[in-house]
Design a protein around this ligand. Structure first.
Ligand code: SF4
Length: 331
């Protein structure tokens, strides 16, 4: 079993069935208060399902979502509302998530009205303050979303998420739709806000090079399961699952010396359909290390190089033969 961290989210375990498809299968995760857990995987891995289940856009079919000791999976009505107030979500597409018919002042102020956290007069003042906090000019308050660039719109979405003082932010691919040139600015903003407001993040992304900049701990998902979980530097230095190694192979390394020596695992084949999950190890159809046992026996998710590093692979002790030079983490 997984070790539990601090009380904010003590453990998330759920299964979600869509018809006969299990989008997410027995996932256990915990997130330390004030830290960032990166959740990484290809599209179709189930990472977005986890993010949306946490804010109860979906209801899990089994399991628990513990948030400060309360099970979000079973809360209803006023109790759910009170806990939901502390969890906010930032979506990938700042174009789609902001209603174009409202000024950004009313968009950012709306959660305060809904949750009655401020009087109408206070709302105005707090919106101005929030605009400053996310690096936008207060005089923008009466403008509409279409008047802003992608990066500015994501700042607006961040201000809206912060409006009711959440503890926990779920960011689902928050910079994937943005120009590369503004990604770093938005990531830096999220990190600054985390320190300023003691926020805890679940940061969902398909891109390990983005997650590397923000996450303290990283969970790698494949076809609805977590296949590896470790602290950030440990994961980059000593990946134990061939799938993680393949994802890392796709991350460019700025140092040409390391780049030259490095061995890559290039993934072949497509992600299998979640309707037809391979038996045994679900990664065996694409794994360059697969052996006959992998087609029959599902590898347990277990501690590898130390208590805090987990992976699900029968042969993780041999992955070093595949990656004799692993990339160093860059700051
Ligand atoms: Fe590859 Fe086998 Fe490990 Fe699965 S258990 S990741 S197929 S080596």
């Amino acid at each position: 079993g997984l070790k539990t961290y601090f009380p904010l989210t003590q453990g998330i375990v759920f299964q979600r069935k869509v018809g006969d498809i299990r989008a997410v299968d027995d996932v256990s995760l915990s997130i330390e208060r004030g830290k960032t857990l990166g959740l990484v995987g290809e599209s179709g891995s189930g990472k977005t399902t986890i993010a949306r289940t946490l804010v109860r856009l979906y209801k899990p079919t089994a399991g628990k979502i513990l948030f400060d000791g309360k099970d979000l999976a079973t809360l209803e009505g006023e109790e759910l509302r009170r806990v939901r107030q502390r969890l906010q979500m930032i979506f990938q597409d700042p174009y789609a998530s902001l209603n174009p018919r409202f000024t950004i002042g009313s968009l950012i102020g709306e959660p305060m009205h809904i949750y009655k956290t401020a009087s109408p007069k206070e709302v105005q003042e707090q919106v101005v303050e929030l605009l400053r906090v996310v690096g936008l000019r207060p005089e923008y308050i009466d403008r509409y979303p279409h008047e802003f660039s992608g990066g500015q719109r994501q700042r607006i979405a961040v201000a809206r998420a912060l409006a009711i003082n959440p503890d926990f932010i779920i960011a689902d691919e928050p910079v994937s739709a943005l120009d590369v040139s503004v990604r770093a600015q938005v990531l830096n903003l999220l990190q600054r806000l985390q320190r300023q407001f003691s926020l805890t993040y679940l940061f969902v992304s398909h891109d390990l090079s983005v997650v590397r900049h923000v996450a303290d701990r990283i969970a790698v998902m494949y076809l609805g399961k977590i296949v590896e979980l470790a602290d950030r530097d440990e994961l980059y230095a000593s990946p134990q699952h061939p799938y993680t190694m393949a994802l890392l192979s796709a991350v460019p390394i700025p140092d040409p010396q390391i780049e030259k020596k490095r061995k890559r695992i290039i993934l072949t084949g497509d992600l299998p359909s979640p309707i037809n999950i391979p038996r045994g190890c679900r990664f065996h159809t694409r794994c360059p290390m697969a052996q006959s046992i992998c087609r029959e026996v599902e590898p347990p998710f277990e501690a590898k190089r130390g208590r805090e590093h987990y992976a699900a692979c029968h042969f993780s002790d041999q992955t070093s033969t595949l990656a004799s030079s692993t990339p160093e983490a860059s700051p």
